[in-house]
Design a protein around this ligand. Structure first.
Ligand code: G
Ligand code: G
Ligand code: MN
Length: 707
């Protein structure tokens, strides 16, 4: 209304025609746009029809509705709440003036009118009404803004009482009105942050601003706290004297809660509520940075080796349930120190840190008590508790947990190194399936890096060729002494390490997925040799290749043989596949199917290392095979009339009863050969007859033996 487009519209309401005329004439001369009404009713009618005055001059005493009543009526409507309404009254008494203000009039002018002054008076009133309107508007905006930002403003007087405050501030502090004595506010501040608050307020008195976050009791007086951010600015006189202060207080509870939620998501495992890996790393780093090697600590890494399999059968939810039970067992022990570690103080256990480290692993980090050498007893207690069977939705699960332990600062100095080494030994324990607990030692790292070097070397050997070679160990007929075949044994000449024994590199190849490519290469190479040696076939016999589980189960073995036989023209009957019983037992049903497919093609199947497994004799007739190889360990101690002799005799008899050929491995002496021959063994293999040898040597060996 301050910025009026066009002329200012004034509505003059008076029952006296003279008054109307005078006002109209004078005001029109001063460029007002005047409309006159002779009664309150007529004025209201005009307004109702859409006439919008910028100001009303309203006579009080009129026949019909009085000016006061008309004013009251108009004020009831929001759109006229701030319309300047000037009462014209002849009554200059206090009662009328009070009534004029009481009914919402902006001001009043007494009659008789001072004609020359009237236009100026009205302009002045209009301007101040405009200014007032603008103020109201900006206050509304401010209030709205403060509400949206949950930001309240306030003013303190010199003595610290709160003398002005926006509605929003009052809402935040849960108060209804100012002034607020300082102690009322102090009572709402969180006790832990009261000192901070008081100190900040006293900064104002010294002329400094402040900026703090603290907690305030929630407005509903409950035990909840809201988080606020507050800034204060001193108000100083010309000489720097303290006059009071202004400030803003913002309710940031929502943000803090959200930040906490984000922090939780970022730092904690959703399934178990334990620290996650990132958080654990951070916590360890912090702790070690403070400690600088003064205090000894133990880090135990726990891997639930059989959980992956359980999850793949029963689903992720069941897996999560298992993890929660295990987490509960670990924290339960940590909370009951008497069952956990008698030697450790409660506070030491409270300092322990616990995390779910990855899908199937947990980590605990504990102080090692002063005189303790290692924490074996404590760790075993923990492990025993973890390995207890549990039943979830009717399914029993017996956790198979392996634990790797690393000591700080003896074994590692940084968080990353501690975790890495602990994981390394744990996984070594899990893959060896021997010890449940392994303490880190330097050879674990050496072993790991050696394995890594072997893995890299093997890949390279496969790619470049020339390093891997098939060696042939002849198999000799016990009856005729002729060569009846050979076992192919892989050899690897590493360019730097020299000859690497298969006992070392075969397990590595199995673990890193190279065993099948290697077997594939080997089968192809052996068949190429056999093709070259075609004319000596009768002197060479049947050659056997070893096959491990990774190669046997995970790949299309029949297809490989078909392809190689077609390409090389070698007959399937020239090849035997050696399997160990542990391969067969891994998945007996699948093994049966693969074996029968291979045998249909004419390949022979040999059961290697026979007698070393636990179930050997019992299941022999489940599989259709052609040959068994008595394990070297039986042959080694073979002398007449020993327990071994009885067992070997039993194996040979059983093999023959089932129509199998029986091979003795590791025959090193003539005496052994004699005993075995008497027992009816069909074929010998061993150093006494020949060591494994390169292909050309083997061909020579066969040719010489033939003459
Ligand atoms: O030769 P000797 O030290 O080689 O062999 C040690 C072990 O390595 C034996 O148990 C043997 O079965 C295994 N081995 C040798 N060559 C191969 C091969 O080509 N494939 C598989 N899977 N095992 C082999
Ligand atoms: O696949 P299998 O585990 O059967 O491999 C036979 C293993 O036995 C190979 O490591 C081979 O070098 C080894 N070997 C072969 N003949 C003899 C022997 O007469 N004495 C000993 N000690 N080892 C042998
Ligand atoms: Mn073998």
């Amino acid at each position: 209304m301050t910025d009026l487009g066009g002329r200012i519209r004034i509505l003059v309401v008076d029952d006296e025609p003279v008054m109307r005329m005078v006002a109209q004439t004078v005001l029109t001369q001063h460029d007002f746009d005047v409309t006159a009404a002779q009664s309150a009713e007529e004025a209201l009618e005009l307004i109702q029809q859409g006439y919008q005055p910028n100001m009303i001059l309203l006579d009080v005493l009129m026949p019909g509705m009085s000016g006061f009543d008309a004013c009251r009526l108009l004020r009831r409507e929001a759109q006229f709440a701030n319309l300047p309404i000037i009462m014209l009254t002849g009554l200059d008494d206090q009662v009328s003036i009070d009534e004029a203000y009481g009914c919402g009039a902006t001001d009043f002018i007494t009659k008789p009118l001072n004609i020359p002054l009237l236009p100026h008076r009205l302009r002045y009133l209009l301007r101040s009404a405009g200014a007032f309107q603008a103020l109201v508007q900006s206050q509304t905006v401010l209030q709205r803004t403060q509400r949206i930002a949950r930001l309240g403003s306030w003013t303190l007087n010199r003595s610290g009482a709160l003398v002005e405050a926006s509605q929003e501030y009052l809402d935040i502090v849960g108060q209804e009105r100012v002034p607020l004595p300082a102690h009322v506010l102090h009572a709402r501040v969180h006790p832990q942050e009261l000192d901070l608050f008081l100190e900040s307020r006293s900064r104002l008195r010294n002329g400094h601003t402040y900026q703090i976050d603290y907690r305030l009791r929630s407005a509903n007086e409950s035990d909840e706290w809201c988080h606020v951010h507050e800034r204060g600015f001193p108000r100083l006189g010309p000489k720097g004297d303290y006059l009071g202060a202004d400030g803003f207080t913002q309710d940031i509870t929502e943000r803090v809660v959200q930040e906490e939620r984000i922090r939780y998501l970022a730092w904690f495992d959703q399934v178990t509520g334990l620290n996650n890996r990132n958080h654990m790393q951070e916590l360890l780093e912090q702790e070690l940075a403070l400690d600088m090697g003064h205090m000894r600590r133990t880090l135990a890494f726990m891997h639930v080796a059989n959980l992956r399999h359980f999850v793949s059968v029963f689903g992720q939810d069941m897996g999560d349930a298992v993890l929660r039970v295990l987490a509960g067992r670990i924290t339960g022990l940590a909370e009951r120190p008497e069952t956990y570690a008698k030697r450790m103080s409660l506070s030491a256990i409270r300092q322990s840190k616990l995390a779910r480290y990855d899908e199937y692993s947990f980590v605990v980090f504990l102080p090692t008590p002063g005189e303790t050498v290692d924490m074996r007893d404590e760790c075993e207690t923990l492990l025993d508790s973890l390995c207890q069977p549990m039943v979830l939705e009717g399914q029993e699960f017996i956790p198979q947990v392996y634990m790797g332990i690393v000591n700080y600062p003896d074994n590692a100095h940084s968080a990353a190194e501690l975790l890495r080494r602990a994981m390394l030994v744990t996984l070594q324990a899990a893959s060896a399936e021997r010890d449940r607990i392994i303490f880190y030692a330097a050879e674990h790292d050496r072993a790991a890096s050696h394995r890594l070097a072997l893995e890299r070397g093997l890949r390279q050997a496969l790619e470049e060729g020339g390093q891997l070679m098939p060696y042939f160990q002849p198999k000799i007929s016990a009856r005729t002494g002729q060569v009846v075949g050979a076992e192919v044994l892989l050899r690897w000449r590493h360019p730097e390490l020299g000859m690497v024994p298969p006992s070392e590199f075969i397990p590595v190849a199995e673990r890193c997925g190279l065993i099948f490519p290697i077997s594939e290469w080997l089968i192809r190479t052996v068949c190429e040799r056999l093709a070259e040696w075609r004319e000596w076939r009768d002197h060479i016999g049947v050659v056997s290749v070893n096959m491990s589980a990774e190669g046997f189960f995970l790949h299309d073995l029949e297809a490989l043989f078909d392809q190689v036989f077609t390409q090389t023209g070698v007959a399937a009957e020239s090849l035997t596949v050696e399997l160990t019983e542990s391969v067969l037992m891994q998945n007996a049903e699948v093994a049966k199917v693969v074996i029968s497919k291979l045998r249909q093609r004419g390949l022979r199947i040999s059961l290697d290392d026979f007698g070393t497994g636990f179930s050997s004799l019992g299941y022999l007739n489940h599989f259709s095979i052609d040959e068994i190889k008595i394990d070297r360990s039986f042959v080694q101690h073979l002398q007449a009339d020993t327990r071994e002799a009885a067992l070997v005799q039993a194996i040979i008899s059983l093999g023959h009863a089932l129509g199998l050929e029986v091979v003795a491995e590791g025959v090193e002496t003539a005496a052994q050969a004699d005993i075995l021959r008497r027992m009816g063994c069909d074929i010998f293999q061993g150093y006494f007859f020949a060591r494994p040898m390169p292909d050309t040597d083997f061909l020579d060996f066969c040719r010489r033996a033939a003459h």
